[in-house]
Design a protein around this ligand. Structure first.
Ligand code: UFG
Length: 335
């Protein structure tokens, strides 16, 4: 029995593939490599000492996707494939809706035809309504404020409808907070296409000298030091959350939602300080205006994942920065 990982060559996907292999799962990867490289999977194979089938395929291709299910005995799917840039989604929403939602519908259709009813879906904390009440529990009101976030929210809603229509489905929705870091070997990590939008990839590029300084988007938020506060989670802890979700699926109700975070919020300035300590580099920065769509604070209540998945993030902010820095140093130009 194998687990199909869609988007398995990406930043999060590659770490999940490695964890799956290390836990003894057989895996099959489907990726269209639009924002990822085969090299990531080649390294996963090397690190896991095991090769596995990889299909360069767009999920919209229903016929080919079905053939993959015919060829392999697939028991469950971890669905990560999708575009993820908030900014790009505001520039080209049609492409975002088409790519993220239609491909998910195609996947669900194929799964149903093939009698595969176990799905772990990669969602995001971006589906929560902006609030000053922290930490955020899973039952908090939902409202996305950009097309990317809305694709995640729409998929969550359609998964609920699919589940309600047929009790055979076992669906686990994982809402990620801010995944950062890299595998401790420094061999797999985040390889941003072009200039990174997210804090840590930008920060590590400043530390290594690719950019002169970091721009901090606002220091006038009602937070501990005025800069934005987020719940950063090590990508390996996040990957382990998927393994727990998969292994607990049989015991759980048909559809469950879990936050995956650490439960602790760090400000931009705190992260800069931690990164500076581990890299032993002075990080130059300038405070600029707030970025559109940013919230002051966002961190998770992770009680539900702790209690029901038996999962807890283990790595602290220093280890996250250390591993991100090792990856950056060993791969200054990505893969
Ligand atoms: N920030 C800067 N400078 C930068 C980049 C970011 O100051 O160059 C700040 C932001 O203003 C924010 C914090 O750093 O306060 C974190 O920003 P990121 O862009 O790293 O992450 P976000 O919280 O904005 O978004 C991330 C993912 C989204 C996901 C969201 C869920 O990128 O895909 O978390 O909350 F939807």
């Amino acid at each position: 029995m194998a687990v199909l990982v869609t988007g398995g060559a990406g930043y999060i996907g590659s770490h999940i593939c490695l964890e799956l292999i290390e836990c003894g799962y057989d895996i099959v990867v489907v990726d269209n490599f639009s924002n990822s490289k085969f090299e990531a999977l080649r390294r996963v194979m090397e690190m896991g000492n095991q090769s596995f089938p990889v299909y360069n395929l767009d999920l919209h291709n229903q016929k080919e996707l079905s053939t993959i299910f015919d060829r392999h005995s697939i028991d469950a799917v971890i669905h990560l494939a999708g575009y993820k840039s908030v900014r790009d989604s505001t520039i080209d929403p049609i492409n975002y809706y088409w790519n993220n939602i239609v491909s998910t519908l195609t996947l669900l259709e194929v799964m149903q035809m093939q009698d595969v009813y176990k799905l772990v879906f990669s969602s995001s904390a971006t589906v929560y309504k902006a609030s000053d009440k922290m930490p955020i529990t899973e039952d908090y009101p939902l409202e996305a404020c950009n097309p990317y976030g809305r694709t995640k929210l729409i998929i969550e809603q359609l998964l609920k409808d699919v589940h309600d229509s047929d009790p055979n489905w076992h669906i686990t929705i994982l809402r990620y907070f801010n995944p950062i870091g890299a595998h401790k070997s420094g061999r797999i990590g985040e390889d941003s296409n072009g200039t990174p939008n997210n804090l840590v990839p930008y920060l590590s590029n400043v530390a290594i000298g690719n950019y002169p300084k970091l721009y901090i988007f606002g220091n006038d938020y009602p937070t501990k030091d005025g800069t934005g506060v987020r719940d950063y989670i090590h990508v390996v802890d996040l990957a382990k959350g998927h393994i727990r979700a998969l292994s607990r699926m049989e015991d759980m109700k048909g559809l469950e939602v879990f936050n995956l975070g650490t439960g602790t919020g760090y400000s931009v300035l705190e992260l800069v300080k931690a990164f500076s300590q581990v890299s032993k580099k002075e990080i130059a920065y300038t405070i600029t205006s707030r970025r559109n769509g940013d919230v002051a604070e966002c961190y998770a209540d992770v009680t539900k994942a702790n209690n029901q998945l038996g999962w807890q993030a283990e790595k602290d902010i220093h280890e996250m920065c250390q591993d991100a820095w090792r990856w950056q140093q060993q791969n200054p130009n990505g893969y």
